[in-house]
Structure formats: C-alpha cells, structure tokens
Design a binder for this molecule. Structure first.
Ligand SMILES: *Cc1c(COP(=O)(O)O)cnc(C)c1O
Length: 448
C-alpha cells in the first residue's frame, strides 16, 4: 500500500525526454548484475536500461531517465503505455474474475473479443475466432486449423518473413539465426518461397507473384499446400511493403487452388499501419488473420480469426489452452478496441505517417546512407546502405541506436541484415515528440 502511495502515477510523467544520469544509470547497472546472475543468457537485451514506469510515448527507467519510445515494446503499445481505458478495464476485471479457463466455463470478455475481431478484420463474411497467448501460438493454431480444414500437410511462407519462436514458427522464419540455430530438428513440411521486395528486386507485383507461385508449384505442388502464411507488411524482415498487385495475385492463386490464405498481422494489425489490419491497404480479404501484439495494448493475448467454415473444421477440444483468452487480457482487448473508436486512433496512425515521412525524406536527401524510406501509418522504417560499397550498413544502425539512447530516444532495428531502423511509436505520440526525436536522429546521422 505504501508503495502505491509513494510511487509516481504513470500518467503524471511530463511528455519529454530527460537524461539525468549516465546511461546506464547506477540502478540499471545494479539490476543488470542481478539479471546476469538469474536470467538465462538466451534472453537478450537491446538496451542496458531497466524500465520502472511508462505512459503514452514516454518510458522512465529506474534511475529517472525519460525516453521517447519508438519501440512500443515491438509494436505492442499502439494505444500508448498504461493507456487509461485499458488500465481501468484491467483493474475492474482482475478483481471480478481473473481466471476460469474458457473451455471449462465461459465468460463475456472472450466472446466480446471474438465479436470485435469479426467486426474489424477485413471482409463482411461470417467470421469466428479462437484466443491464445502469443503471436507464435496464433500462427501455430492457424496452421493447425488450415491443415484440418484442407486435409493437406504442407505450409508455404515467404523469404524475409518472421512468425515466432516455437518449433513450428522457428521453421517458418526466414532467418535461421538466432531463432533456430542449434534447436533442431525443426518442423518439416514448411516451404520458403521468394517474396516481393520492390526496393531490392525491382520486380512488379505480377512478376514477383509469378516467381513465388512458380517456386511453390514446382517445389511443393499447389494441391499439397494447406496454407500460405504471409505478413502483408513484413515486420522483422524490415518493413517490406510488397509491390502493387503482389498479394492480390497470391490470394487469387490460393483461392483457385484451395489453399488457405493466412495473413499474419501480429505486427501490422490493430491500427498500426493506419488501418485496422494492413491487408486492407492491398484490398485483401484473408481466409484467416492472426493478431497479437497491438490488440491487448500490453496484455498478453493473441487470436486467430477467419471464415466460420474454416474455423469450425476443427473437432471440439482440438483448440485451446489453459490461459488462452484469459478474462483480464480479454477485458484489455475490449478496452483497446473501444478506445480506438472513441479517440479516432486510426487517424492518429495516419498523422504519424504524415509527420514522420517528410522529416525522414528530408534526412534522406542530406544523408546518402539512407537508401530507402518506407512504411505505412505508425510502421515506418529507413534502410541504411553504405553508399560506397552498396552493402547493408548494420553498424550505422547500431551507432544511431547508441547515440539516440544517450539522448533519450529508443529506436529499434530490423531487417534480415540488421540494416533497417524501424519506428513503431504509439499512435498517441505528439508531433512535438516526433519532431524532437527526428532532430536527435539528424544529429546521430551527422555523428556517423
Ligand atoms: C512478433 C511476431 C510474431 C510472434 O509473436 P510472439 O507474441 O512474439 O510469439 C509472429 N508474427 C509476426 C509477424 C510478428 O511480428
């Protein structure tokens, strides 16, 4: 109780960056020593700081340093850290019903989340959902459902994709390291096909789709494939936006061949891209959609949503898990959906793009190391390439992250070659903070 009274309420944080100690500060250093003793070395850390509290777009570390957060917990806190509506809903729910296991005895928040997902995922056909705990679990379940529905075994994925850290999803990732190295045998029946990456391959959507489809038809056979799992905007791969018509051609091919088209929107979904789900930008209506990160606003929850006839192909008891769709996390999702509607947060994601894009294009004009600026909504990235050699400039990304950290800005890297700097701000980040942080980025680029 004393603690609650003396600790600062997160919503009173001044919306500004503020560095008051060396980075890392003494308390972070102390925590780090404890971590090194107690936490597995297999769990890495991008930054040497430890967070005490956070609100909207600002995180405060244990030493009182304030950072403008462009990581959003990797695209999770889209509606802002400690979003007021979310915190209220979670507080209410945790004292009402913390757990019952939906498969034992149900509760309303689970059902409400499934209704909201049906309403806001692309397409107006009859949709159903099932809830789990993590993005990887959602992808695993989408594959299970597609296999049961089609009676087929094979799974198709794209180069530069990322789908999680379980055995099956590690097999579906493009990068073997660090996700799969030494963990084999990984799952079989997973087939990797070339993607569309207009900045690098120069192919039109139709040309890239032909390359993908030919690969899968020759190497696997369309009649063997249960599902094609695609991120509409590849996240970890470096915010890759496919060429116009690419995804549409793949979706058409899936339809013609009885393949379930799964849109993995764990990162791109839930308002992040300036639409509820990024598939909308491309006019795609997926058979199944996976969502996680942003839907719970920080609560651990994930979902598979899709055509009722596909979702119902599974026998009772074939899907589930102890914590899936936990009432507290589900209440969080409901609060996030309501807050998005109440505060028009899709427009805020568009505002982020409108503010960031010109600032980044301006930096690109001054710094040839910025080879590409791309993204949608609050999902924007710059790709850094050494202008002298044409090689991916991962070291420049690291140097920028290091510089910005010491100035009170947290930037995240991405990309198969680690040479993409990605911006995943909360959509409630103000234009003032965006502009201030881009000033820090400009200084970081000067310092290279
Ligand atoms: C993060 C991510 C996952 C995995 O989600 P977890 O919650 O970390 O298991 C799956 N797919 C995509 C596209 C992701 O970005």
């Amino acid at each position: 109780m004393t603690d609650m009274l003396t600790s600062p309420h997160s919503s009173t944080i001044a919306p500004e960056r503020r560095i008051v100690t060396a980075i890392p500060g003494p308390k972070s250093e102390e925590l780090h020593a404890r971590r090194m003793h107690a936490v597995s070395a297999g769990v890495s850390a991008a930054f040497p700081i430890y967070i005490d509290h956070a609100h909207d777009a600002i995180v405060v570390d244990v030493d009182g340093n304030q950072f403008i957060d462009f990581t959003g917990g990797i695209g999770v806190t889209t509606v802002g850290h400690t979003n007021d509506a979310l915190v209220d809903a979670v507080r209410d729910q945790v004292g009402k019903l913390t757990h019952s296991l939906f498969a034992v005895a149900g509760y309303e928040p689970y059902v409400r989340v499934c209704e909201l997902l049906a309403q806001h995922t692309p397409g107006d056909h009859h949709k159903k959902s099932m809830l789990v705990n993590s993005g990887a679990e959602a992808v695993e379940n989408a594959v299970k459902i597609a296999r049961k529905y089609t009676g087929r075994t094979e799974v198709a994925v794209l180069h530069h994709g990322y789908h999680g850290r379980t055995n099956l999803t590690a097999s579906m990732n493009y990068n073997m390291h660090p996700y799969g190295t030494g963990f084999g045998p990984l799952a079989g029946s997973v087939h990797h096909a070339p993607n569309s990456h207009p900045f690098h391959d120069g192919l039109s959507g139709a040309e890239a789709a032909k390359r993908t489809i030919t690969h899968l038809e020759k190497r696997v056979g369309a009649s063997q494939i249960a599902c094609l799992v695609v991120e509409p905007i590849q996240g970890e791969g470096g915010f890759i936006i496919p060429a116009d018509g690419y995804l549409n051609a793949l979706a058409d091919w899936c339809k013609e061949n009885g393949i379930v088209y799964v849109s993995d929107e764990v990162q791109s979904g839930m308002v992040r891209s300036g639409a509820y789900f990024a598939s909308e930008h491309f006019g795609i209506i997926p058979d199944l959609v996976t969502s996680a990160k942003g839907i719970g606003g920080g609560m651990p929850i994930a979902a598979v949503t899709g055509r009722a006839e596909i979702m119902d192909a599974v026998h009772p008891g074939g899907l589930g898990g102890t914590f899936g769709g936990n009432p507290v996390a589900a209440a969080g999702v409901v609060a996030v959906f309501e807050d998005v509607e109440r505060r028009g947060l899709i427009n805020e994601a568009k505002r982020i793009e409108a503010t960031l894009m010109p600032l980044l294009k301006n930096l690109q004009a001054q710094h040839p190391v910025i080879a590409d600026v791309r993204g949608k909504g609050a999902m924007i990235a710059i790709e850094l390439i050494d202008p002298a050699t044409g090689e991916p400039a991962a070291d420049a990304v690291k140097a920028i992250q290091h510089y910005a950290l010491h100035q009170g800005v947290l930037f995240l890297s991405a990309g198969t070659f680690g040479n993409v700097l990605r911006f995943l701000p909360s959509v409630v980040m103000s234009d003032e903070l965006l502009t201030d942080a881009m000033g820090v980025l400009a200084d970081a680029l000067e310092s290279l």
